[in-house]
Design a protein around this ligand. Sequence first.
Ligand SMILES: Nc1ncnc2c1ncn2[C@@H]1O[C@H](COP(=O)(O)OP(=O)(O)OP(=O)(O)O)[C@@H](O)[C@H]1O
Length: 615
Amino acid sequence: MTSSQLPSSAHNSPSSQTETKRQPTLKALARLLPFAKPALPRLIGGLFVGLGAALAALAIPLVLQWVIDGPLSAAMQSNGDRSQIVWATLGVLGLGIIEAALVYFRRVLVLAPSTEVEYAVRQSFTERLLRLPVAFHDRWQSGQLLSRMMQDISMIRRWLAFGSILLLINLITIVVGTALLFRWHWSLGVVFVVCSIPIWVVGFRFEQRYGTLSRNSQDQAGDLATSVEESVHGIRVLKAFGRGSHALNKFVKQAETLRDTELKKGYEVGLLWFWYDLVPVLALGLSLITGIWLVSRGELTVGELFAFFAMATALRWPMGSLGFLFSFLIDTRTATDRVFEVFDSQVVIRDPADPKTIADPKGELAFRDVHFHYPDARDSETDIIDGFDLVLRPGETMALVGVTGSGKTTLTTLPTRLYDVTAGAVEIDGIDVRELRLEELRSLIGVAFEEPVLFSSTVRENVLLGRHDLDLHSAEADAVLREALDVAQASFVFDLPDGLDTAVGEEGLSLSGGQRQRLALARVVAAKPAILVLDDPLSALDVDTEALVEAALRRVLANTTALIVAHRPSTVALADRVAVMRDGRIEAVGTHAELLRTSAHYRHLIVSITPEATR
Ligand SMILES: Nc1ncnc2c1ncn2[C@@H]1O[C@H](COP(=O)(O)OP(=O)(O)OP(=O)(O)O)[C@@H](O)[C@H]1O
């Protein structure tokens, strides 16, 4: 096995494929506005307070100019008032203190609203993930979703709280500061402006190159997260097959790719910082020469020259920081794009505009000329479900049999609209399932999947998952819970350390396969739906337990319509009738005895699924 055959992204996340036409950065970031709106007053407040701090810093050179050209030169000629120098010194100190206090206040103002925006984006993101159809989750790698949810949304918060405000403040500071330079002498201002031209050229080219690198790095981080998640998830398989080192190799390759991209990013940022550090120093040097020349010609006072240098020094940080802030801006834009790719994914399975309701469900389930293919199927492929017609009468138990890969599991996903049929219709009591609200539909039908999934919560929460109408600790909930556990023969839970309140670990991994399957079965029984859809629900049980569960299930199935995918004769025995599926269609329907007589394919299936000893 090569490392590429190890558990990995079986499906391609569209992460790196959705790089369509690139919007301008500001337009891309503007999509955050609806989330940022409630926080805007405080963020704008933070901006103004930050501007106040910047102006306080810019005022210092003005005070210095005044003190040098005024009280200081007068004092040097021994005819001035020295107390003014003391006042000016105190003024500079005061401005410094005001600047520090306003910077602190700015941070306080923006911290809480930015975390609220982060919370709102994260909440909507999760809501979206839960609403998106299963077909979306088939295509997207979990690590990509995880990295968008955690890393990208955190970056958006940091940008709102810190980056965006600093960028605006620093740009305004540069403009105001440069205007003040012109005020002292136009040539000094011109030197500064001309020297800053490389900054804009370098910044523009940086935006183009760094944008691609930033996207690659964030996508690669998502791929890496997927690998880690899959390796941890599949740790038993990797260990059992001794493939740990292969998983490590795969991880190392991905980590190296990410490192290379980060190095390229670092190189680009380093180059940008170089220019953004160099230019202010160059400007300062050239201004020094120009300034001294102007003083010697009497066009500039010593105080103005001193103030000019104080101002140019004050502008060094805002100019030098632009490199870091531009890269931060591009990273945030990439993060925003990645988050909105999920928001932009279509929720194709949703409530109808004008929903119908079934007030008194009888439980008839009908498949009318149903066709279905997965979204990634090629046009030339025939449908997996290819004209499937079957009607389950109210209260009837129907077993569905067919060779492996014939589409039985796929069919079980259609009644609850995990996928929508591509043609035909699934109906409950004569109403198309697409005409019902999803919540109503999913309360009418309960599904137990072949692969039982338990959540990391208590037995009680897991089993009563479908009963949001009940208070989990009420006497009624307790009765429902005990009855469901009894049907599923899951009394082992009472022997767990905390009984019904035992936490069953991540995905219930601390339980055996059969125990998990029984809890999943109890969950669907507790939901008390009008229609049950069970995908081979007893496959992991031993023969004795299976017999007990079947006896109890018969009681439940007496009043409930049930479609049961069966791989074993004992499961078929639960059914009133059996439907034989072949090539995506129904080949025959009848009782077990009828089909044995009339269907050669059924006889073949039954022989192949019956254990030797019982034939
Ligand atoms: N999410 C998916 N995306 C694309 N194709 C899928 C997906 N799930 C299943 N298939 C394909 O659909 C076909 C039918 O699979 P399905 O699981 O429904 O068969 P099955 O009859 O339940 O098989 P088994 O008896 O082995 O459980 C298979 O060819 C499978 O590869």
